[in-house]
Design a protein. Structure first.
Length: 301
């Protein structure tokens, strides 16, 4: 049985690994075989360095830094970190994310920053939300002296800072439910049940999509930037493949939004298998490997 600290480090490193592995083949069509791309090569549309983090890992770190303890989450820190990142002019930033952060910078209320139009159902919150599984159900979210009570409240507010559509909120909640089940040491079947249970409460559509995962072949796996596609692709990799390396390789080789699908799959698989499951040849080049380890060792979780 893995210790909690190992699951946390595995989740965060795994997310980074899936992100950096998938980055060079983002926007490309699916590979002809599931394992055509297996190494941290760098390159791609944004000329990534080997092991460099994209917006997926960058924004995940913003969320992680805002966790003050399992019982306290600071939206003041999150806002500061996200706007600092925006001001750094990152090369890759999603359309919905940039609009939400511009609204955030202008001073709009947190839950009014994200777009709710049906054209904006992207995975920009899903790819960063994983650290919220480290919070307790009774967490207090603080912002400018005000308080919000409960994990669901914190998740929904975090999502709506950039992504206001209900599918985005519901996808985030399903992912957090799955990650919490992993953190409790659950089997893959119990993790999948936890995801279904959360979807049953709020989204018949997401539940329907989850139930299709066991019968979906690799050739039909959707890896688009639509939040539900990304959620299901990540859970497919976690459920269908019995090791982290092959799971991440399989999902990123479907192309399209390969880095975000790889990141979410990496969070699930990293939490389940632990940091030792990440190949050293990947781990050794990750841009934020050491910073993530230092945060984990600080003992806030």
């Amino acid at each position: 049985m893995l210790e909690s600290k190992d699951r946390i480090l595995g989740m965060l490193w795994g997310l980074h690994a899936g992100d950096s592995l998938g980055a060079p083949i983002e926007f490309l069509p699916p590979s002809k075989v599931w394992n055509a791309h297996t190494e941290m090569t760098g390159g791609g549309s944004f000329r990534w360095k080997v092991g460099e983090a994209t917006d997926d890992t960058d924004l995940m770190l913003c969320v992680l830094r805002a966790i003050e303890s399992p019982k306290k989450f600071s939206f003041d820190i999150l806002k500061k970190e996200m706007l600092k990142w925006l001001d750094s002019k990152p090369p890759d930033i999603g359309t919905t994310t940039i609009r939400g952060l511009v609204n955030l910078k202008s001073g709009l209320p947190l839950r009014e920053c994200g777009y709710v139009d049906n054209k904006f159902q992207g995975n920009g919150s899903l790819m960063r939300v994983a650290p919220l599984c480290l919070l307790e159900e009774s967490v207090v979210g603080s912002y400018q002296g005000g308080l919000m009570l409960g994990l669901n409240d914190v998740i929904e507010t975090q999502t709506k800072m950039t992504h206001g559509h209900h599918y985005c909120v519901e996808s985030d909640k399903v992912l957090i439910a799955a990650l919490k089940a992993i953190m409790r040491g659950g089997s893959k079947s119990s993790v999948f049940q936890a995801a279904q249970h959360e979807a049953l409460k709020s989204s018949p559509y997401i539940l329907e999509r989850l139930l299709q995962i066991p019968v979906t072949p690799w050739e039909n796996l959707k890896t688009s930037g639509f939040c539900v596609d990304t959620l299901c692709a990540a859970l497919w990799a976690f459920l269908k493949i019995d090791n982290l390396e092959d799971a991440l390789v399989a999902v990123v080789n479907r192309g399209d939004d390969s880095d975000s699908c790889g990141a979410v799959a990496g969070a699930l698989c990293g939490a389940y298998y632990g940091p030792q499951a990440i190949p050293e040849r990947w781990l050794s080049v990750l841009e934020f490997r050491d910073e993530i380890k230092q945060i984990c060792l600080a003992g806030r979780f």
